[in-house]
Each structure stands twice: as structure tokens, then as C-alpha cells.
Design a protein. Structure first.
Length: 72
């Protein structure tokens, strides 16, 4: 299990939600938030690929944020 923190000043919340839905076949996700961050706890379903899954998930969230034009 790994906790990722996505700063609200950089990442769009809808991008985090969409990424969780897209990647749900590869990992279990728990979502929470603080005043400054979207917080995602990731538990990969395949331990051998855990590092890659977590890294690619983070990249995917960034890509979706960029596609949406960033934070307004």
C-alpha cells in the first residue's frame, strides 16, 4: 500500500477520479482529501508490478490534468 498526494494547486480532482476508475483493474484505491491535496492510497493487485503500476498511475493523473487544461 502506497499513499500518493496530488497537490490541489497542480492536479484536477476529476482527473484523479477518472484515473482511479481506469486503473481499478490493476489496483485497489482509497480516496481522501486534505485542504491542500487529493490523497490516493494505492494497493496494487500484482505485487511484482507494484512500482510500475504506481508510477504509471501518477503519470496518468498528470496527463488527464493536462488534457483538462490544468487547474482553473
Amino acid at each position: 500500500m502506497t499513499e500518493l498526494r496530488f497537490p490541489r494547486e497542480v492536479y484536477v480532482g476529476e482527473a484523479v477520479d477518472e484515473a482511479v476508475k481506469t486503473w481499478s483493474r490493476f489496483a485497489e484505491f482509497e480516496l481522501s482529501e486534505t485542504d491542500d491535496h487529493w490523497v490516493v492510497t494505492v494497493t496494487p493487485k500484482h505485487e511484482a508490478a507494484a512500482r510500475q503500476i504506481i508510477g504509471e498511475f501518477g503519470n496518468f493523473v498528470l496527463g488527464l490534468t493536462i488534457d483538462r487544461g490544468g487547474v482553473s
